[in-house]
Design a protein around this ligand. Structure first.
Ligand SMILES: NC(=O)c1ccc[n+]([C@@H]2O[C@H](COP(=O)([O-])OP(=O)(O)OC[C@H]3O[C@@H](n4cnc5c(N)ncnc54)[C@H](O)[C@@H]3O)[C@@H](O)[C@H]2O)c1
Ligand SMILES: [Zn+2]
Ligand SMILES: [Zn+2]
Length: 383
């Protein structure tokens, strides 16, 4: 079949809608008609080259580039066709995309850590993870898809491992945002940092992921949440969803924390700026108390390997620096759970969507994100 999809053809090339051919579903694959796709910053990392598959991985797949690639990994829709051997989904099921596949069988899935599923090695470059065959093409050329998904497309062909079944009654718009950004931020606070009642939490960067972290910290019982963002309207939005204080920079947060914490500083610091760089780590650690936990959630350019950190203070203050993927929670547990919180009115999603875009406006949406006018943009499809 043919579908319209937003494709990036090379580094720093804009998202442009093309008519792409998709073959029939292979083993364990289903076709999904998309309802909504969220515009997470990670797709921008892909376009700018921050997120790049290593050369050795590309060689395994017999390609020399990740492009052309259909963007998008946040999203939700309805299953319209199932291929052979599909066990978990049927036509008509409502699903949320999961950028981390969850096979359920590998060591990591079986031990309750689906966010580390071994199939994750397949998500940046290459053919379908089901059978290593290509099923997307454009003018006869193979087409890759962001994290085996490519949700900026009217129809998506994906392995059932990359899809999480959700209740048919839930909002697919909310499910789209929960499918990556909100879950990742929420888990960064709740599952990775293990925020406890009464703690002080700093969230650096108040976009989609940061908004999940703020709400995770609030629901975990944080006494104070300091939202840091250079954009005043994002700090204001953060205060509506649970932040108790705002700051325009890490330095400003550093100045207000001593008074808020009787000089102890923050129990937890969560790094969710658009791009993580090594120079942000030391200032973030300086916001943390003795025994403080700092979570690095944002994605750094793939070749970023320099971090300046005072190792004497690090060990003598008993601090922890923690990485996280998908907020260290299992997508099949976290996505339905956060949807239930949303339905109960305890998790705010609607006000985080600054604007809805058409598929043709994906690049406009990312331009708006870069110039700072979006908390989250969402692509709305005609479903
Ligand atoms: N670890 C994971 O599994 C995972 C999953 C999803 C997204 N991410 C990453 O999380 C990051 C955030 O994603 P997003 O979609 O929320 O991005 P976003 O661009 O929507 O939001 C980032 C926010 O950070 C602010 N900011 C930038 N520099 C800052 C600084 N120095 N101090 C304070 N605030 C700053 C920006 O103004 C913006 O509001 C990205 O790097 C994204 O790729 C990681
Ligand atoms: Zn994402
Ligand atoms: Zn697995």
């Amino acid at each position: 079949m043919k579908t319209r999809a937003a494709v990036c053809t090379g580094l720093n090339e804009p998202w442009k809608v093309e008519e792409v051919d998709i073959a029939d579903p292979g083993p364990h694959e289903v076709r999904v008609q998309m309802a909504y796709a969220g515009m997470c910053h990670s797709d921008e990392h892909l376009r700018t080259g921050d997120m790049s598959a290593p050369k050795e991985v590309l060689e395994v797949f017999g390609v020399d580039s990740m492009f052309p690639m259909i963007g998008g990994h946040e999203g939700a829709g309805v299953v319209v066709e199932v291929g052979p051997d599909v066990e978990s989904l049927a036509v008509g099921d409502h699903v949320a995309a999961s950028f981390i596949p969850a096979c359920g069988r590998c060591h990591w899935c079986a031990s309750g850590r689906q966010y580390l599923c071994d199939l994750g090695m397949m998500i940046l470059a290459g053919p379908m993870m089901s059978d290593m065959q290509w099923r997307y093409s454009l003018d006869g050329q193979h087409v890759n898809r962001m994290t085996q998904l490519g949700t900026f497309s009217e129809f998506v062909l994906a392995n059932e491992a990359s899809l999480v079944k959700v209740s048919p009654h839930v909002s697919l718009k909310a499910a789209a945002l929960i499918s990556c950004g909100i879950s990742t931020g929420f888990g960064s606070a709740v599952d990775r940092a293990n925020v406890r009642p009464g703690e002080t939490v700093v969230v650096i960067g108040c976009g989609g992921v940061g908004s999940g972290a703020i709400q995770g910290a609030r629901l975990a019982g944080a006494r104070q949440i300091i939202a840091v963002d250079p954009l005043p309207f994002k700090v204001e939005s953060a205060k509506k969803i649970g932040a108790t204080h705002g700051a325009a920079s890490i330095l400003e947060a550093n100045l207000i924390l001593p008074e808020l914490t009787e000089g102890r500083m923050a129990d937890v610091v969560i790094l969710t700026p658009g791009v993580l760089t090594g120079d942000l780590v030391a200032p973030a650690m300086a916001l943390a108390s003795k025994d403080g936990r700092v979570v690095a959630t944002a994605i750094a350019p793939f070749d970023q390997d320099e971090v300046k950190l005072n190792l004497f203070n690090f060990s003598m203050f008993n601090q922890a620096l923690l990485g996280t993927v998908f907020g260290s929670a299992s997508p099949r547990v976290q996505i339905p759970n956060l949807l239930r919180l949303y339905e109960a009115g305890l998790l705010q999603i609607d006000d985080l969507i600054t604007r809805e875009y058409t598929l043709d406006e994906v690049q406009t949406g990312y331009d708006d994100l870069a110039e700072g006018s979006n908390i989250r943009g969402v692509v709305k499809f005609d479903l």
